[in-house]
Design a protein around this ligand. Sequence first.
Ligand code: ASP
Length: 590
Amino acid sequence: MCGALRASDAGSNVVLMGWVNRRRDLGNLIFIDLRDRTGITQIVITADAGAELHKKTESLRSEFVIAVIGRVKLRDANTINPNIPTGEIEVVADELRLLNDCKPLPFSPSDNDIANEEVRLKYRYLDLRRNEMQYNIELRHRVALAIREYLNAQGFFEIETPFMTRSTPEGARDYLVPSRVHPGEFYALPQSPQQFKQILMISGFDKYFQIARCFRDEDLRADRQPEFTQIDLEMSYARPEMVYAVVEGFLTAAWKTIGVDIVTPFPRMTYDEAIRLYGIDKPDMRLPAMSDVRAAFAPENLATLNIDPDLPIVAIVTPEVGELSRKERDDLKLLFGERRDAKVFEDIKRLEKSFPDAVSKIREIAKPNADDLLVLVAGSKRTEVGNAAKSRKEAQAVSAAAGQFRLALGQKFAAKHGAFDRRDFRFLWVTDFPMFEWDETEGRWNAAHHPFTSPHEEDMGILESDPGAARSLAYDVVLNGTELGSGSIRIHRQDIQSIVFKALGMSPEEQQARFGYFLEALQYGTPPHGGIALGLDRIVMILAGATSLREVIPFPKTAKAIDLMMDAPTPVSDRQLKELGIVVVPKRDL
Ligand code: ASP
């Protein structure tokens, strides 16, 4: 093990195998940095090693695979390398064997920064040899292990669920697998094990988890992968607090792998509060919350400023920005952009000249420090005021505009406030999500989480009369502005599940066709249950301090869903297509 030798091993005989990381030829002395998964050891071929050994060593190049038999020796004081764990020793070679050579490389695994990601992905096997990738993949293993150990100790069973299954309504497009035995029929790869984990509760496995692969055919953004891994769990008789405690427990174990103790329990905030205070359902709490300063203005002020008095007026404080020039202020306006629903007041001093009382009250509410930037976002005056549901949406739109601006300001002035550089992990539970979301294009309600989510007990009565106001027992765990996972308490009664399907516009026939088996299963003594799923890839990415999921997934796909190493997807043979009864339409005809 190249990285394991220490000063205390001096004098012992060793056999080491690994890659030639680097070779330095000083004539009668040759040094080889020999590398394996555990690290690097310096091998020395001394003058008295003999001509034959010298000759062999001269032919070695980067990434040749060799075996060395030799003796561990303390280095001379002036050649100690304090930067590597094996820096106090070297191995004096008696014998060396070439196990395999290596042709000229597209890039060297000993390089740190390789700019061209396509080349890295094409030669992923070489890329994975790099130090950084070895660390990331080991970290991934240790995180998954820590989570498994924690859940096992809490009495959870890891249970596998099928990859070849039926479409699950998680909101994305399915990857389909054609059936040869049943021509014209398809399996779907699971978007998540949602229905299986609920079935497992009906089957009596009251604490289930799985580090599960999920597949979603979505238009890929930079931080998405068509297949990804979730820490998926489900518990019978669960209340949200029980799920929170389990998740906080395994996240504590995961963060310990990088030596960080996180603080539990995590703060909690309802969805409505999150929108009001942060303008988003995944607040980044490293920056101050927003505040509604409507009360600071007299009604006539609002009329003069052409601000809608019934919509929020949001104050945003960005710390430590300091004085801004006129031009920098104008840039803030550009950053906010032209919007119909909301407008920005980026020059508070100018506002203060006309409305000194209001601005003094705003300062009392928002409490900026002298160096902080204070700006306001308000709703534009509406031409007509609709019903309560419409007003609720308009108020949320103002908060959302302010929330986006708060984040944009946070990014823009990141170097000044420094809040994103600190190793500061601000976890949070966002609770009581809305039950439904209005789908403008389809003109119907969709499940905000998924259709198995239980409505909030208090809102059962308004499911059909005011779906937009109905809350659910769904929750998200959020870290520094990213959603790490979502879950919910589920519906465990068939009658309520039917009502929810109906509210989603599903006819009884469609319910039967898509979920008949599930509606039936719910009638055979289903215990109350709930669960959650968290993205493992994202968690490891954060722990590794990486900026892309591709850095922590051994064999990722590109943003165009291509595996550059295997070169997938590819066309298949006519014979395979024929067996499956599939005729491929040329792309131009699609
Ligand atoms: N199946 C859900 C998801 O993948 C998680 C859950 O509700 O447990 O987002």
